[in-house]
Design a protein around this ligand. Structure first.
Ligand code: FRU
Length: 501
């Protein structure tokens, strides 16, 4: 661990500019740079943090180590990158928002959230520290829950004293990621925690003034033995339901569920009872069934929409972009709604501002393959309606001309299953966690599919966003064809493709 902190600097300005430029220049050479998804200009991008609507702008921060892959000399710098946008589409880079520069966050300005209060933005996050107890190898994690205030001019000032110091009795040092919300004129924060018996949970803290915080205790759910740690919790209400979202670590995969290294999803139930912290809820739903999705965070905007951001990536997974000294990107922001007691997700409507050329195709195919013509740039919003009288309909995206390479979407009508297979899509990623993901899909009626395709990702929305699959793809530059095939029978399809600017 200590080796990771060699050449650790508090501020980006402590690093010679040439070293930073070397990193960003290399990153710019990557053929996988996205067109309309947020990426870091170098180093690693992780969890979205402090996602909020404040002072006529959306603010988004993320976990950022801009010199994560720098060499000779290797520098370590960790903090929150800051971006803002009036419309969730055009983002302005505001540089390092917060850096690991105090004794409470020296080894990591970990994840947290933001909440607008009058003309300021309140920020609450976890500072990570390590203390060396007895021997050199015995390092202990001491977390601090700390804060900051941002002014309308985007200047951030940290609060000098921690709100909550250290670990709680009965729990380990894994205690982090406060998400602040307001209910009945009181402020609350939900935090992820690990019990001493190595099970994960979420605790609730309360404050009247955003300075004095009191731990109320665990949120009581029916999920008491559900992974060894819950990261990045969030609590919000949609219609008259309460939603507790979190990222459980350590779940065994079962059939087509929980296939990634770590999971992310939610419990839905009656609104959380703030006095006894009882959360009466049902089963855990995965929010995204794709390969790359983690650490989601939501905010409510001025239109009253609940907007979701998430990291289109996972901790500990090595992505091929490290060759260009960067990893990670965000999902395209989604609006969340409830339908029949489950969350449905749709890309925010503002995506239309990116539409350029439009292609429309109506076809009936019978045991054959057709090419779907669209612009050559792999940045598109694809809408597809399929009515099948066949065994399966197959959509190949990121295909090369002879279709030996592709990201394959299989609508298996015989088995009532949807499968996405990235085994032949390009460079290998995390294949030890499997190369396909799937879900049950009723295909007795029309299937609606929406896909946001970018240079190195796909986000697939089935039936108005009831099921979503997000993933990174690393194709070569010849993989810009789209093919559609019907197997054993007829399929009627209607496709609308909007190329994105
Ligand atoms: C999730 C996470 C958080 C933590 C942060 C540190 O990816 O592990 O729990 O605050 O990343 O980068």
């Amino acid at each position: 661990r200590r080796a990771n902190y060699i050449n650790m600097v508090d501020h980006l300005t402590d690093i010679p500019l040439t070293n930073i430029e070397k990193e960003t220049n290399l990153t710019r050479e990557s053929p996988y740079r996205q067109n309309f998804h947020i990426e870091s200009e170098s180093g690693s991008l992780g969890d979205p943090n402090g996602f909020s609507y404040f002072n006529k702008n959306y603010h988004l921060f993320y976990q950022w180590s801009p010199l994560e892959f720098s060499q000779n000399p290797h520098y370590t710098h960790h903090g929150w990158k800051h971006l803002c946008s009036p419309d969730l589409i055009h983002w302005q880079d505001l540089g390092a928002g917060m850096e690991s520069d105090t004794r409470y966050d020296k080894y990591g300005t970990y994840s947290g959230s933001a909440f607008p209060v009058d003309d300021k933005l309140f920020i609450m996050y976890t500072g990570n520290t390590w203390v060396n107890t007895e021997s050199d190898d015995d390092w202990q994690r001491i977390p601090y829950q700390i804060g900051a205030w941002m002014e309308a001019n985007n200047k951030i000032k940290k609060v000098c004293t921690p709100f909550i110091t250290g670990t709680l009795k009965g729990y380990t040092g894994h205690f982090r990621d406060p998400k602040v919300f307001k209910k009945h004129d009181k402020y609350y924060a939900v935090l992820g925690i690990q019990r001493n018996n190595q099970t994960g949970s979420a605790v609730l803290a309360e404050s009247d003034d955003l300075h004095n915080w009191q731990i109320l205790g665990e949120i009581k759910t029916n999920h008491n033995k559900f992974g060894y740690m819950w990261e990045c919790p969030d609590y919000y209400e949609l219609d008259d339901k309460g939603i507790l979202a979190f990222c459980p670590q350590g779940l065994e995969s079962e059939d087509n569920k929980f296939c990634n290294i770590y999971q992310s999803g939610y419990l839905i139930g009656k609104p959380l009872n703030m006095s006894d912290r009882n959360f009466v809820c049902g089963k855990f739903h995965e929010l995204d069934k794709g390969f790359d999705f983690y650490a989601m965070q939501t905010t409510k905007d001025k239109k009253g929409r609940r907007i979701l951001m998430a990291w289109m990536g996972l901790p500990e997974i090595v992505y091929p972009t490290v060759k260009y000294h960067y990893t990670g990107c965000m999902i395209f922001p989604r609006e969340l709604k409830l339908e029949n007691n489950v969350i449905v997700q749709q890309p925010v409507a503002e995506i239309k501002d990116l539409y350029s050329k439009k292609y429309q195709i109506t076809a009936s195919l019978n045991n054959k393959r057709i090419e779907i013509k669209a612009g050559k740039q792999n940045s598109r919003d694809i809408e597809l309606a399929i009515v099948g009288h066949n065994d399966a309909t197959i959509l190949d995206l990121f295909a090369n001309k002879n279709n030996s390479r592709h990201l394959r979407l299989i609508f298996n009508r015989k088995k009532q299953k949807f499968i996405v297979d990235r085994s032949c899509s390009g460079l290998e990623i995390a294949s030890s966690y499997g190369t396909s993901r799937s879900c049950y899909l009723d295909q007795s009626k029309l299937i609606k599919v929406r896909i946001l395709q970018d240079v190195s990702s796909a986000e697939i929305f089935l039936n108005n966003g009831k099921e979503v699959f997000s993933m990174r793809i690393f194709p070569d530059d010849m993989q810009n064809f789209i093919y559609l095939t019907s197997e054993n029978g007829e399929a009627k399809i209607k496709a609308t493709i909007n190329q994105l600017k």
